[in-house]
Write a protein that binds this ligand. Structure first.
Ligand SMILES: Nc1ncnc2c1ncn2[C@@H]1O[C@H](COP(=O)(O)OP(=O)(O)O)[C@@H](O)[C@H]1O
Ligand SMILES: [Mg+2]
Length: 303
C-alpha cells in the first residue's frame, strides 16, 4: 500500500497510563525546555567513553531512587552488556520497574520520584543537564505490561515515533520493516488502515514492539511485556525477544522466572528494599547463585 502522508502527533492522542504510572505519548513528546537535543553526535563528544574498556551499554553507579520518603532503589551498581537480553527479576515492589524507568528517564514523569547517582548510557550520564529525554527515548524505546496502542490505525501507530522525532526516513518502508521485525507484518499486511485497537492482545503487544523499534533505538526496555497475554501469545513474544537481541540490547522485567531462564543471557536479582543482590549469567543465577537469599528466592522459599 502506498502512503505519502505521515501521522501527526496530535492532541487527539489521549494520555494513557500503563498501570506503572507512566504516561506514554507525553513521554514521547515532552521535552525539557532549554536542553540540547541528545543527538547521535553528542555521544561522540564530551562525557562519553567512561566505560570504554567494558562492553556495558548501560551502567548505573550508586543509583538511588526515592518516591518522597519511600526508598525504591538502594545504591544500585550494574553494567548491562550490549546486544543481549538482560532480565530483571525479584519480588513485587523491589524496584524493578523503577530501575527500568531510570534508564530512559521515564521517572521524570513521576513528580514524587527523586533520582541520585549515575545512569550511563554508552558512557554518558543520562541525568546530565544537556540530555534531552525525548531524544534519549528514541535511542532507548519502551514496551509496557499492558499493550497500549494508540487509537489510530496500525500504520499510524508505528509511524507515530518517526513523526514525533521528525526523522528523515522513508516512512512507508520503515513502518513495513518495523512490522516485519516485530513478527506482525504477515498477519496485518492487508489491514494497515484498521485500528490498532482491533487486534488481539498478543498482536497489540507486537504492534507496540513495532512502534518501539521503528525509530531504530539501541535499547528496548520491556516491563513484564507478556504478563497480560495467554500462553501462545506469550511464546510468540518470547521468540521475538530472542530475535530482537540480535540487533538490540533488551532489558526485560519479568516476574516469571521460567521466562527469565528461557530468554535471557544475564539476570539481575533485586530483593526487597531496592537492593540489587546478584547479577550474573542467567545459567549461573539459576543453577548456582552466590547468595543464599537469591537461592531462596529462585527456589520459591519466599517472594
Ligand atoms: N509512582 C510511584 N509513586 C510512589 N511510590 C512508587 C511509585 N512507583 C513505585 N513506587 C514504590 O517504589 C517501590 C518499588 O516499586 P516498583 O519499582 O514498581 O517495583 P517492582 O516493579 O519491582 O514491583 C515500591 O515500594 C512501590 O510502592
Ligand atoms: Mg514493576
Amino acid at each position: 500500500m502506498a502512503r505519502k502522508d505521515t501521522p501527526k502527533a496530535d492532541d487527539s492522542v489521549e494520555q494513557r497510563t500503563d498501570g506503572s504510572g507512566s504516561t506514554v505519548p507525553e513521554s514521547m513528546t515532552q521535552s525539557d525546555s532549554g536542553t540540547t537535543p541528545l543527538l547521535d553526535e553528542s555521544f561522540d563528544m564530551d562525557g562519553r567513553s567512561t566505560v570504554a574498556d567494558s562492553d556495558a551499554i548501560i551502567e548505573s553507579r550508586d543509583l538511588n531512587v526515592f518516591y518522597d520518603e519511600t526508598r525504591a532503589l538502594d545504591g544500585v551498581d550494574i553494567q548491562i552488556p550490549d546486544n543481549c537480553v538482560t532480565a530483571l527479576i525479584g519480588p513485587s515492589g523491589c524496584g524493578k520497574s523503577t530501575f527500568l524507568r531510570c534508564i530512559n528517564r521515564m521517572n521524570d514523569l513521576i513528580d514524587s520520584a527523586g533520582v541520585d547517582g549515575e545512569l550511563l548510557f554508552d558512557g554518558k550520564n543520562v541525568y546530565d543537564d544537556d540530555v534531552d529525554p525525548v531524544a534519549l527515548r528514541r535511542k532507548i524505546g519502551m514496551v509496557f505490561q499492558s499493550p497500549n496502542p494508540f487509537p489510530k490505525s496500525i500504520y499510524d501507530n508505528v509511524a507515530f515515533g518517526l513523526e514525533v522525532q521528525d526523522m528523515d526516513v522513508d516512512v512507508d518502508e520503515t513502518v513495513h520493516s518495523a512490522l516485519e521485525r516485530a513478527a506482525l507484518l504477515e498477519e496485518v499486511e492487508d489491514q494497515l488502515d484498521s485500528s490498532g485497537l482491533d487486534l488481539s492482545g498478543g498482536q497489540q503487544q507486537r504492534l507496540c514492539i513495532a512502534r518501539a523499534i521503528a525509530p531504530d533505538p539501541d535499547v528496548i526496555l520491556m516491563d513484564e511485556p507478556a504478563s497480560a497475554l495467554d500462553p501462545v501469545a506469550t511464546s510468540k513474544i518470547e521468540d521475538l525477544i530472542e530475535d530482537l537481541a540480535e540487533e538490540y540490547t533488551v532489558v526485560i522485567v519479568t516476574h516469571n522466572m521460567q521466562q527469565a531462564a528461557r530468554i535471557s543471557d544475564k539476570t539481575a536479582v533485586f530483593l526487597t528494599g531496592g537492593e540489587l543482590v546478584e547479577f550474573d549469567d542467567t545459567d549461573k543465577i539459576f543453577e548456582n547463585p552466590e547468595h543464599d537469599r537469591v537461592e531462596d528466592y529462585i527456589t520459591g522459599k519466599f517472594g
